[in-house]
Design a protein around this ligand. Structure first.
Ligand code: ADP
Ligand code: F6P
Length: 526
């Protein structure tokens, strides 16, 4: 399908129907380059739900460019080879540089233009490891106890100015140059908490641009933001108010945003219309639950690579008597992995008959290891797994199979063969793992899903709900999931899959374009 952005006459700032190119910004890009042992260039997929969601969409948008950070030395080298200009890549079936050796090999999906922005190492550390993660991430996921953390010292103040503010300026400059290269008129789609300050600058320099922002993580109520110094939180809000639309996964997050503008900036908000007035403009707060490309996920599940992994998993965990609990996550403290293993240990203590029959496979991608809180959390994960396995190992088996890997084919294979998928996040904007698993599972698995995920609003009725701080409740819920009758499991999984099929990633994009006065249509240039 060729999808282009056509602005209709209903958009006040744009006038007549016009095609708009898309300039998309996120910190993590869809592909990162490296070198293998032979010195050959490699390309791998970027981490996390944002990349999962956007990868399939961007190729459909003509004249689109994805601006993102150069996250490796090789990314920087690729960008430098093109004097900082965009590179052409194919994202599917595997990520690959297209303009390196002339034409593709015919196997590549449609190309995407990627602008890799190189960031000074010190500025990036300040931006990423001091401000974005942990400070904003922890604040927005409600992870600070506040008695002892966070502590904002000279170090954090310097990191705000020389890191977060400076890096936002750098990326705003890159977005501005891409918009200007398109005649000053573009749909600018900004993503996530790394870039709260960008819209304001882009609006000043490109008044012809339509600006939208999508947040992939929770937005808490006004009081949570008081942890930040007034100048910082006001900069965050004023930056976001440079957009035409600020969008979230859930209505609750959108409402929290408006209440934050009202309480911390004293701006008039309309909670019926879901708008905030900023001078002579109205900024809309909207919610669009993000999703997955169901067809692509099912095609991957049907691939030989996934089938091979699934066969291996069945050899280890298959059999009528055996059951498999699965989790697939970044090793992020917000994912609540340690309490999940504690709940599993409680399950085995309360139901010793399950020892040796039920295993827990955890496919965990080490995440943000340059942030001390994340490195500590990974160590905690290793420690609890060692404790549970020491306490409950039987002859020839360990109850928890912990694999620190990033392997999409293995993860999808595990979705197909598991009996229970555990998602017990403390707080999660959406959680795409839950959506992925229900559309490809073949064993009528049960979704055990935290009530604090965005996904729970759509899939909660078909899941066993987990209360993320209550380890006993999680153990009981796992038992309920493992002992649920097959008919009920099948009915629930099918219903959950239907919800995901009907609300897929294409619908997420279309809803936003429609609200912006931008409707998808045929690309007249193709
Ligand atoms: P987040 O955006 O916080 O990382 P989501 O659940 O929304 O959380 O998205 C995570 C994405 O990363 C999913 O597409 C999931 O399949 C993928 N993923 C997570 N862990 C792994 C892993 N260990 N190996 C491969 N893919 C993973
Ligand atoms: O989806 C939430 C998110 O924070 C994305 O913004 C991010 O790209 C992803 O998780 C993975 O995190 P990181 O890019 O820090 O590895």
């Amino acid at each position: 399908m060729g999808r282009s952005a056509i602005v209709t006459g209903s958009d006040p700032g744009i006038g007549q129907a016009t095609q708009l190119p898309v300039v998309l910004l996120s910190h993590r890009g869809p592909v990162s380059f490296g070198r293998d042992e032979q010195g050959r260039r490699t390309a791998s997929r970027g981490a996390g739900g944002l990349v999962t969601a956007l990868t399939g969409l961007i190729s459909d948008l003509p004249d689109a460019v994805w601006v993102c950070a150069a996250s490796s030395e090789e990314d920087a080298a690729v960008a430098a080879d093109r004097d900082g200009g965009a590179v052409e890549v194919a994202l599917e079936p595997e990520p690959r540089l297209l303009d390196e050796d002339g034409a593709g090999d015919g196997q590549d999906g449609p190309g995407v233009r990627l602008r890799l922005v190189e960031v000074d190492q010190q500025a990036h550390d300040d931006f990423y490891t001091v401000i974005a993660n942990p400070l904003l991430w922890f604040l927005q996921h409600g992870m600070y106890g506040l008695a002892l953390a966070p502590v904002l010292t000279k170090r954090e103040h310097a990191a705000w100015n020389d890191g977060y503010v400076a890096v936002n300026r750098l990326f705003a400059d890159a977005v501005v140059s891409e918009v200007q290269a398109r005649g000053g008129r573009a749909l600018v789609m900004l993503h996530d908490y790394h870039f709260y300050l960008v819209a304001r600058q882009v609006r000043e320099q490109c008044p012809g641009a339509v600006l939208s922002f999508f947040l992939h993580i929770p937005w808490p109520g006004p009081d949570a933001w008081r942890v930040l110094p007034p100048a910082w939180r006001e900069a965050v809000l004023n930056g976001l108010l440079g957009n035409d639309v600020v969008a979230f996964h859930t209505e609750g997050f959108a409402r929290n945003f408006l209440l934050t503008c009202q309480e911390l900036l004293g701006l008039p908000v309309d909670l019926e219309a879901m708008t905030v007035r900023v001078g002579d403009r109205e900024v809309a707060a909207r919610h669009y639950p993000i999703s997955i490309d169901v067809e692509a996920m099912r095609a991957l599940a049907a691939s030989p690579e996934v089938a091979e992994h699934a066969g291996q998993l069945r050899e280890v965990y298959g059999g009528e008597e055996r059951q498999l609990i699965l989790r697939v996550d970044r090793t992020d403290p917000s994912k609540n992995i340690v309490r999940g293993f504690e709940a599993f240990a409680t399950l085995l203590e309360d139901h010793p008959e399950l020892v040796g029959r039920v295993s827990f496979l955890a496919l965990l991608q080490p995440s943000r290891q340059d942030v001390p809180e994340y490195a500590d959390y990974l160590a905690e994960i290793g420690a609890i797994v060692a404790r549970v396995n020491a306490a409950h190992a039987g002859e020839g088996h360990e109850p928890i199979d912990l694999r620190l890997v990033e392997d999409q084919a293995l993860a999808v294979a595990a979705y197909t063969v598991c009996d229970v998928l555990m998602v017990n996040a403390l707080a999660d904007g959406m959680n795409l793992v839950a959506k992925e698993a229900v559309v490809v599972n073949t064993r009528e698995s049960v979704l055990a899903l935290s009530e604090n995920t965005g996904a729970h609003q759509e899939l909660g009725p078909f899941a066993v709900t987990l209360h993320p701080f209550d380890v006993q409740q999680q153990a009981d819920a796992l038992h309920e999931a493992l002992t649920m009758g097959r008919d009920l499991r099948r009915a629930r999984r099918e219903a959950a899959a239907r919800v995901v099929e009907e609300n897929d990633i294409a619908k997420w994009l279309t809803a936003q374009l429609t609200d912006l006065g931008v409707t998808p249509g045929d690309d007249q240039r193709s």
